[in-house]
Design a protein around this ligand. Sequence first.
Ligand SMILES: [Zn+2]
Ligand SMILES: [Zn+2]
Ligand SMILES: [Zn+2]
Length: 352
Amino acid sequence: MKNKFQFLLLAFFILILFIINGCDVPVFLTDYLTKKYDGLTVSFIDVGQGDATLVECGGEAMLIDAGLYSEKDKVTSYISQRGIESLKYCVATHPHSDHIGGMSQVIYRFDVETLVYPLCENDSDSMNYVLDTCDETGVSYFNPEPMDTLTLGDATLTVLSPEAYADYGNLNNNSIVLKLEYGNTSFLFMGDAETEVEKELLNSGYNLSADVLKCGHHGSSTSSCAEFINTVNPMVSVISCGKNNDYGHPHRETLSTLNKREIEVYRTDQLSSIIANSDGKAITIMSKDEVLSTLTAKESSEYSYTGNLNSKIFHSNDCESLKDMSEKNKINFVKRDDAVLKGYTPCKSCNP
Ligand SMILES: [Zn+2]
Ligand SMILES: [Zn+2]
Ligand SMILES: [Zn+2]
């Protein structure tokens, strides 16, 4: 009899657990880091203070940056764990060691077709080491210009910056900026490009809209200015940085710009490696054995409404009062409903 009672008690507790959890049971994933997904897969590899992003599509793969030399084993083992033996492109965004320190090891370890790097005034030992490795192993070079495209399976990457030998006085701004598009979904990879480049991009007329933004320069306040964030208008941002790094990345200002606009922030220092998988319509973001979010691609890059972060009033884009609104106070909405859902009330004069 006692056993039967214990069994009933256990059954009762299991039932209660089900009721408490309801539909909000988190989806736990066991093999998400090694699983082969359909569509496009982007991995933001945890390399501490640095950058390394792996992109896979249609049986082809490419690496954008490879972290510090000290992180080389993390990068190579991550790529092998994904079952990859050859890389169509390795992109060295700019000659800083937190981006390309591990690149030579990647080139030695994998079958790399082409190294993509920016032409700039460069006296970096790290870059010379990468170029020597390419010569030694017969890897070809490509120096892209804005509007050049790379293809990876059915995905397209468009180079948005920099011009060859652009003289910024700061190599971060010579970073190769890439917009990745797959079906209706899009990602923007900024490297370490700072606000000077963001302003140039805003003036370029390029379509900067993206669903996922990999923030420039590890979330530093020298990147991710409000006007740029408003125009890219991402749903999710990713910041690659190390725990308790010496630079204080990501900076408070950047987090506040993103948080005010309710843009989700995922950080490698908090989550370790992050995987995003796109089927062309929606993007699923995973980390720590869990689905963090699923986002449907934006229907349009055109936003018709602008809200004021302070007054919580929104306007149609032709409203006179927008002329006096500071860019720092603006938030853009594609649809009227988006503004209403976020608690914004319509302006009394433009009646959006
Ligand atoms: Zn960097
Ligand atoms: Zn840099
Ligand atoms: Zn108005």
